[in-house]
Ligand binder design. Structure first.
Ligand code: ZN
Length: 670
């Protein structure tokens, strides 16, 4: 491991103590082998004058909710040293009292809550303190003879502290160990917390950080010397699969992935995004001999369990039974350890899937990617620990205490409330503009992960603006359509909502003057492409969560006008396609409905000129033309978008085969 220190960059953060603290915290945060997604914490002790001009000793410690990789000055909470040291003297202190007293001792009450390790940072008599959950330290210390190895590698340079609960108990344990000793004179530069992580400290920011790098490097070098088979190098050891075949050549089965996602979503109580990591490393690890046993023993460091639970699921031949087994085991684990708590959901956060890889779950793709990061590092580290000995993480009792610890649960609850379509995966066709775009936008606003397809080459950029993925596809072609459906499932785990919207409106196609090509093209895009799409999405929708198909029809179906035969016929046939699909898919609980919008004018198709022309043809003003319905209201594309989002939501859970007009009331339709 290399030090990332750079003099110029360091100076750009300011030469004061807090500036240096921000810089080296970020250096730690930049290395995922040290800390992942909010893990670890750092501090600096500073003498300042308070508001009244009186001198005060402060410990600026990482505030909760901040990530070391991106932390700023205001991410550090200024806590009075004398209060923290007084707390360390107490024989006992509840978590809630500790949190309260830490806040009471802050010179800025608007700063974030100080890390739960603030007292520990305060009692270490060095200006800078750096703490990480380095993978290499986990690989070493989550082992039967971890303590002996740490002593062999670091000698007297570190204090070795057996695992105790983080927070007050850990601070108190260390305080009692170092009381009355002179760590400097003893040459102690760090603390190894068995099965938890590493602390280093020094009066200079750079040295404290570089001590960290140096010690992790020593651990890594020791491990490298004793690791004859890096993960999936094709060598001996745990990489060989049971079938003896190279795991990364196994094919991915997307319908099974959707099945797995559905089983996990049901246990979770709401839809989950599922992210498959099919890399050779992940597939090889998930296929290793014995991984069902050692791979499900526990996490690298206790605070990973907040995001990943204690262990992953192991997926055998029967996917549903494997998820059920995980849930049963989780309930039993809860029963064994609970003391009045309420059980959290029994769904796995990641799963080992032999010959396929590692699947991570989350409410959003961001959440699933965070879990995937932790799962990937866990796989590498557990593999390493197995090679050098025997992976022996914390016992379940200790993990349970963390998983059900009020202070840790609080970190997760801070997120925004769930949206109605959170975790759902939606495919929308023809969404570069107009109604299609409004639908994609409304679904995304309600929390769905949208994949938008269009023949417009700007679709990737257009979808990016609403946090969706855009793919250029000609829907009349077979393979690209299959590819985009597969892409949605491969990237997000399944498919729940399909909005079949793509369509064209050829102008002035009177029967005695239209070209055959116009007719054929309209039928091909407005009808046949929808039929083709159905064949490709239905196998996945059958594994969807509250799955639904929504066709976008037209007011023209019931109220046609002259000069639009191909358009009106295609929309009438599309309506019939919807009705048949509703009949066919009802047994699988896939809902199929159609929305019939009136013309919308807030799209690029309706230029001011075109609007003027049409209004004149009807002998109306533009305003009259735009609101020519019973209610005299203009129909906007967003009205259709919101309606489709509602139809995809649980509001319409028991509605199928319905035709919903959004037209302000039309006497020919009513
Ligand atoms: Zn820690």
């Amino acid at each position: 491991m290399q030090s990332l220190w750079n003099d110029q960059e360091a100076a750009s953060f300011g030469t004061d103590l807090l500036g240096q603290r921000v810089y080296t915290s970020r250096l730690l945060g930049r290395n995922p082998a040290l800390v992942l997604h909010g893990g670890g914490n750092t501090s600096v002790k500073v003498e300042e004058n308070d508001f009244f001009g009186e001198p005060v000793s402060l410990c600026y410690v990482k505030g909760s909710g901040w990530d070391l990789a991106t932390i700023e000055r205001e991410g550090f909470s200024p806590v009075r040293m004398n209060a923290l040291l007084k707390m360390a003297e107490l024989p006992a202190m509840s978590d809630s009292d500790m949190v309260l007293q830490q806040r009471a001792a802050m010179t800025n009450p608007n700063a974030p809550a100080a890390s739960i390790e603030a007292i520990l940072h305060a009692v270490l008599p060095f200006r800078f303190v750096d703490h990480s959950h380095a993978n290499a330290i986990s690989a070493l210390t989550c082992n039967a003879d971890g303590e002996a190895r740490v002593k062999e590698i670091f000698g007297k340079r570190v204090l070795v502290v057996p695992y105790v609960m983080p927070g007050f108990i850990l601070a108190k344990t260390v305080y009692d160990m170092i009381k009355g000793r002179n760590l400097r004179a003893e040459g102690i530069e760090g603390i190894v917390l068995l099965k938890h992580g590493l602390f280093t400290f020094h009066d200079e920011a750079r040295r404290s950080y570089e001590l960290h790098i140096e010690m992790v490097t020593m651990a890594e070098e020791w491990l490298a010397k004793h690791d004859p088979a890096p993960l999936c190098a094709g060598g001996k050891g745990t990489c060989e699969t049971e079938a003896g075949m190279p795991a990364h050549l196994a094919h991915e089965d997307l319908v099974d992935l959707a099945k797995l996602r559905k089983a996990v979503s049901i246990k979770r109580g709401h839809a989950q995004i599922a992210k498959l990591d099919p890399s050779p490393q992940a597939a090889s690890y998930a296929s290793s001999n014995g991984v069902e046993n050692y791979g499900t023993r526990g996490p690298l460091t206790p605070d990973h369990s907040i995001r990943t639970k204690r262990a992953p699921a192991f997926i055998g031949e029967d996917i549903a039974a494997s998820v059920q087994k995980f849930a049963d085991d989780y309930a039993a684990y809860f029963q064994r350890n609970a003391d009045g708590q309420m059980m959290l959901d029994p769904a796995p956060r990641f799963a080992l899937w032999p010959n396929k890889g590692i699947v991570s779950f989350g409410d959003t793709i961001k959440d699933a990617n965070i879990v995937a990061d932790i799962a990937g590092h866990t796989a590498k580290t557990v593999h390493l620990a197995q090679v050098i000995g025997q992976w022996e993480p914390l016992p379940e009792k200790d993990i349970f205490e963390i998983e059900y610890w009020e202070l840790e649960q609080a970190k997760l609850r801070k997120g925004p409330a769930r949206k109605v379509l959170q975790g759902k995966v939606a495919l929308v066709t023809g969404c570069a503009a107009g109604i299609g775009f409004a639908i994609a936008e409304s679904l995304a606003e309600q929390g769905a992960q949208v994949v938008g397809v269009d023949i417009d080459k700007d679709i990737p950029e257009i979808m990016k603006k609403i946090g969706a993925v855009g793919i250029i596809v000609n829907l009349t072609e077979d393979k690209p359509v299959q590819d985009v459906v597969d892409f949605a499932v491969r990237e997000f785990g399944g498919l729940d909502i399909v909005v079949s919207n793509a369509g064209i409106f050829p102008k002035n196609e009177y029967l005695d003057s239209m070209t055959q090509n116009d007719w054929d093209r309209t039928i091909s895009i407005n009808l046949t492409s929808h039929q083709k799409l159905m064949g490709k999405v239905i196998p996945f929708l059958k594994q969807g969560i509250e799955a639904s198909i929504i066709f976008v029809g037209s007011r023209n179906y019931k109220a046609p006008g002259p000069g639009a035969a191909a358009y009106s016929c295609s929309k009438a046939a599309l309506t019939q396609l919807c009705r048949v699909a509703a009949l066919e898919l009802a047994p699988d609980k896939v809902r199929v409905n159609i929305v019939h919008p009136d013309a919308v004018f807030d799209t690029k198709l309706w230029t001011a000129e075109a609007l003027e022309r049409s209004a004149t043809r009807y002998g109306m003003t533009i305003e009259e033309y735009k609101t020519k319905n019973l209610m005299k209201v203009e129909i906007k594309s967003k009205d259709i978008g919101n309606m489709v989002a509602a139809m995809a939501s649980p509001l319409f859970l028991k509605v199928t085969g319905a035709q919903i007009p959004v037209d302000g009331g039309n006497d020919r339709v009513i």
